[in-house]
Design a protein around this ligand. Structure first.
Ligand code: HEC
Length: 248
């Protein structure tokens, strides 16, 4: 087989890989199509996401490849604000974002050590993390009273329940199988559904940034590269016309 063909097939296989990931567990239904619509260039969203992460996730999860100083520089967070709002007590600017929760305690308390989240969006995809944070529901059959559509039987408690409120699963039977119909709000949270969505979106956006801190820069550089190529193409075309005028 000639190389270009093999490369094309390999490329296609890689493109198809995320689709396989996306078809995770849980009930079939529309929730499997939910997407955060991340904007990795939206600094305000990333800043909010960083705040959410430090406030609601860093108690259990680390970002072991991310330093506070790099985060502040990339997200344009002034030093004073970094120290007053993001840095946990005792942490220094140059430190990595490491949770105070010891792995053994995590294991003992939750039955599983909370994973490092630096690469979670790359390992499981932003869509998965978004769906995970939106599909916790009340389930008396589990140890901690909640369950999750994107990660059935998860050991993570619904740590955002104060914001989202409590929701129950609604299902219908279709062709002999239970299908996801939606959620029924049992108790209101501090946020409206739209605000909660925004909260989760900013958090996932931030985690996507954490997975590849150079991405925002690369994407904005990419725009200039494409503009340059377009200009260059136009220029080359004009030049070609000019040359061919003489030939004809
Ligand atoms: C009280 C501790 C705790 C807090 C706080 C917490 N988590 Fe978790 N998290 C866990 C545990 C335990 C797991 C392992 C779950 C499992 O594998 O069943 C986990 C797993 C995850 C996973 C991996 C899911 C997967 O599909 O493998 C993601 C993503 C995640 N947490 C995101 C978050 C985010 C975002 C926050 C903050 C909004 C957060 N967590 C706050 C304990 C916590």
């Amino acid at each position: 087989m000639r190389n270009p063909l093999r490369n094309a097939i390999l490329a296609l296989a890689f493109l198809a890989a995320p689709a396989v990931h996306a078809a995770g567990g849980g009930l079939p239904g529309e929730w499997q199509k939910w997407q955060p619509g991340n904007e990795i260039n939206n600094i305000a969203s990333l800043q909010r996401g960083a705040g959410h992460f430090m406030g609601y996730c860093a108690g259990c999860h680390s970002l072991k490849y991310v330093r506070y100083s790099r985060l502040a520089a990339d997200l344009k967070i002034p030093e004073a604000q970094l120290e007053s709002t993001l840095l946990p007590p005792g942490a220094k600017k140059g430190d990595y974002v490491i949770t105070a929760l010891a792995a053994a305690d995590g294991e003992a308390w939750f039955g599983k050590t909370p994973p490092d989240l630096s690469l979670i969006t790359r390992a499981k995809g932003s869509d998965h993390v978004y769906r995970f944070l939106k599909t916790f529901y009340v389930d008396d059959k589990t140890v901690n009273g909640t369950n999750n559509l994107a990660l059935p039987g998860t050991a993570m408690p619904h740590v955002l329940s104060a914001l989202q409120g409590a929701q129950a699963l609604k299902t219908v039977k279709k062709d002999g199988h239970e299908h996801f119909e939606g959620f029924e709000q049992l108790e209101p949270g501090q946020l409206t559904a739209a605000q909660y969505d925004e909260f989760v979106r900013d958090t996932v956006n931030f985690l996507e940034y954490a997975g590849e801190p150079a991405k925002a820069k690369r994407m904005s550089l990419g725009v200039w590269v494409i503009l340059f190529l377009l200009m260059f193409t136009a220029f080359a075309y004009l030049l070609k016309k000019e040359y061919w005028r003489d030939v004809k």
